[in-house]
Design a protein. Structure first.
Length: 345
């Protein structure tokens, strides 16, 4: 960027200019040119690509007990290429791109040209972009309309969004920032498993965006990735931030369920995903049980005051979604709900 500095520019202004340039370079510097974090496998795989072919990392799944929950067998069900319909449909891929991926940065290095590749042994889609598609697949195909859903309808139009699983992808579509891919693993300490999954950024001097990190692509299953998308989007255009309190979820804590924040929205989506018909064409028993496991585990970690809401309280969320969006999200007591002062519309 060219700039002209007048002779009368004072030293303080000059220092500010230098600091601004430094911040810009830091923001856009590839992470592999910096000190690697705990396990910057993805960045180094991209840097070491031979003839443009990346040896994509294997999934890791840091959560204890994960392999017992999501059918991680020979076919790794949650990311299996045959069980994610976008894999066979350009129209479906285009629809998923419309959630903010088309405007996002970083995807050229993270599988834009390789989105159809998969592990020959497990049949698991292995590019970061493809695994991000699988996150959105859980939003798209969980609702009865699939890619035919009109995501532009007003969010308070519950005659159209007559299930929470219809309402959720419209909420994500309308409230999202652009979605960037980031190859870095941003961790608390070297070799730590306390690593950033995603980060939502907004401010007067920077473009608004959501970054997805290596942890998002390779340490989470596709159902958890989907709930993370719902979580981050609640931070985006609604500007709903976490509270400054301490819980088992590190810094991503809300005081209570009725804060109506990102954690509440994440859990409501998981509950809606779980409470689908047993013959649902996309949500298999393994996926459904994974949603229940995540709901129960994360419910106990994400709030400074433990919520009274349990997954059984959401049995009707796909029949009367307006009740859950307009009242349950803001109420502490399942037996005494009240309307929210500010709605997500």
């Amino acid at each position: 960027m060219r700039s002209q500095v007048k002779l009368g520019l004072n030293r303080a202004t000059g220092l500010l200019a230098v600091a601004a340039v430094g911040a810009f370079l830091y923001t856009f510097m590839p992470s592999c040119s910096m000190l690697a974090d705990a396990d910057d496998t993805l960045c180094f795989a991209i840097a070491d690509a031979k003839d443009g072919v990346v040896d994509w990392p294997d999934e890791e799944y840091l959560e204890p007990g994960y392999k017992n929950d999501c059918g991680i067998t020979d076919y790794h069900e949650c990311d299996h290429c045959d069980l994610n319909p976008w894999f066979l449909s350009q129209d479906d891929r285009d629809y998923i791109e419309g959630f903010g991926l088309a405007q996002g940065h970083g995807w050229a290095d993270l599988g834009r040209a390789d989105v159809m590749t998969f592990n020959e042994v497990t049949k698991e889609i292995d590019t970061p972009l493809g695994r991000t598609y699988n996150a959105y697949a859980n939003l798209v195909y969980a609702n009865p309309e699939g890619i035919e859903l009109d995501r532009s309808q007003a969010l308070d139009n519950f005659e159209y969004y007559d299930t929470f699983l219809k309402w959720a992808p419209a909420f994500v579509s309308q409230k999202t920032y652009r979605i960037n891919g980031n190859c870095n693993r941003d961790c608390e300490t070297v070799f730590s498993t306390n690593c950033v999954i995603a980060r939502t950024v907004h401010g007067p001097f920077r473009n608004d965006y959501i970054d997805l990190y290596q942890t998002f692509f390779y340490d989470l299953d596709a159902v958890w990735r989907a709930s993370t998308i719902v979580h981050e989007v609640r931070h985006a255009r609604d500007r709903n931030s976490h509270n400054a309190c301490v819980c088992g979820n590190g810094s991503a804590c809300d005081f209570r369920w009725s804060s109506n924040g990102a954690n509440t929205y994440e859990l409501m989506w998981l509950a809606a995903y779980y409470w689908t018909p047993e013959d649902h064409p996309f949500i298999t028993p393994a996926r459904r049980e994974r949603a229940a496991s995540l709901f129960n585990t994360r419910r106990d970690l994400m709030f400074c005051e433990k919520p009274r809401w349990r997954i059984g309280d959401f049995i009707h969320i796909n029949e009367i979604p307006e009740y859950y969006v307009e009242q349950v999200a803001c109420s502490e007591d399942p037996s005494n709900t009240h309307y929210c002062l500010v709605l997500a519309n």
